[in-house]
Write a protein that binds this ligand. Structure first.
Ligand code: PDD
Length: 283
């Protein structure tokens, strides 16, 4: 449990860190969030995460609860108070507290919560461990590019995946297109060693890890094609991996019981894992 959670201006012991029953995040999922990796006490890829937070808020007409510099100071202080050198930061901003009414309050005061938790990340020489995934119907809304706290379809799909022993639910639209994971972006490697991932747009969250990996891959002469692929291409891929701030680069070795490629972590996935791991360690 975190020792200290920032809640609307105060650092509170975790057991007292609670929100009002009429917070709109609680009643309407009227809010957004970010999850940011911490390594060696550094906030990894802080700028693109805070850019995305600002964008999500703008898309929902929620104002930033404080200026960017102040927000960075609170993030750092929350990290420091919880002694998190390896772990992650969780930031949540909602439209705030108001008597329950679907329409916006006339003078909204956004709520801001920031917590920091310890978690061990892979060491520099560690190898990625694979897992299996499950296919799930993509039943989400039409603005998946907004990092909204409204995650019910993701929650249900990931729970079904967990029950079946899978590490991720991979979302497939009714037209057969693969969009992303329940909490990650999905990548496939084709027979030519080229990476494919869904293009940015309202159907997926523009993952910060996705953006970093695209750059790292291209620098390493690994081609990246941002084009939608279907279920068949997914199941016939040489390699599959999913990415996010918390799943890092996670190889997927089987889907719904069917083996992917050779059923072991492939060379392109291993390379991307190492490049990303080094990036998080600022090596
Ligand atoms: N989720 N797609 C979805 C639906 C996600 O929820 C996430 C991240 C990603 C990857 O984004 P990023 O690379 O910026 O972490 C893609 C976070 C980790 C979560 O909900 O816990």
């Amino acid at each position: 449990m975190p020792r200290s959670v920032y809640v609307n201006g105060s650092y509170l012991p975790a057991q007292y860190a609670s929100v009002h029953y009429e917070d709109r995040g609680y009643q309407f999922a009227d809010g957004v969030y970010e999850v940011i990796l911490v390594r060696q006490s550094a906030i990894v890829d802080k700028s693109p995460h805070l850019d995305r937070l600002e964008r999500s808020l703008k898309e929902l007409s929620i104002s930033m609860p404080m200026g960017r510099m102040s927000l960075e100071a609170v993030i750092n202080e929350t990290r420091r108070r919880n002694n998190v050198d390896e772990g992650f930061i969780y930031i949540q901003v909602t439209r705030g507290v108001a008597p329950r009414d679907h329409t916006f309050p006339s003078v909204p005061i956004p709520s801001l919560i920031i917590s920091a938790k310890r978690r061990a990340w892979p060491s520099i020489d560690s190898k990625p461990k694979g897992g299996s995934a499950m296919l799930a119907r993509d039943e989400r809304w039409a603005r998946c590019d907004i990092k909204s706290v409204g995650l019910l379809p993701n929650v249900l799909a990931k729970e079904r995946a967990k029950k079946s022993g899978a590490v991720e639910a991979i979302m497939v639209r009714d037209d057969g297109r693969v969009t992303e994971g329940g909490s990650s972006n999905v990548w496939i490697v084709d027979d030519d060693g080229v990476l494919h991932t869904h293009p940015l747009g309202p159907e997926i969250l523009g993952g910060v890890t996705r953006g970093v990996i695209k750059e790292l891959a291209e620098k390493a002469q690994i081609s990246v094609i941002e084009e939608a692929f279907d279920r068949k291409a997914l199941l016939e891929a040489r390699e599959i991996f999913v990415t996010s701030a918390t799943s890092f680069v996670k190889p997927i070795l089987a889907i719904d019981g069917a083996q992917i490629g050779d059923g072991v972590v492939g060379p392109v996935t291993s390379r991307i894992f190492s490049l990303y791991n080094a990036h998080t360690l600022a090596i």
